[in-house]
Design a protein. Structure first.
Length: 80
């Protein structure tokens, strides 16, 4: 397991009940989102995180059309 993956896991373990976006995790760790996103996908594929898509924000409220990023939550009962 890489040091970056360990740092991402630690970020989730320090606040296990708090959802997080990729951008928030990247900023908290001082890493690029291009580094964090693949790590989050691998952890999700391994069953350690679960992605939750929120209700879409209307384009007028968000300032233009864009997809909502998924929230990421620690998976209950995972061996993380």
């Amino acid at each position: 397991m890489t040091l970056h993956t360990q740092a991402v896991l630690k970020a989730f373990l320090t606040k296990p009940d708090s959802p997080a976006y990729c951008l928030a995790v990247a900023e908290a760790l001082g890493l690029a989102t291009g580094t964090v996103q693949p790590i989050l996908r691998r952890l999700e594929n391994a069953g350690w995180l679960v992605a939750v898509n929120e209700a879409p924000v209307p384009p007028t409220a968000a300032g233009g059309p864009h997809p909502n990023p998924p929230l990421l939550l620690p998976q209950p009962g995972s061996d993380a």
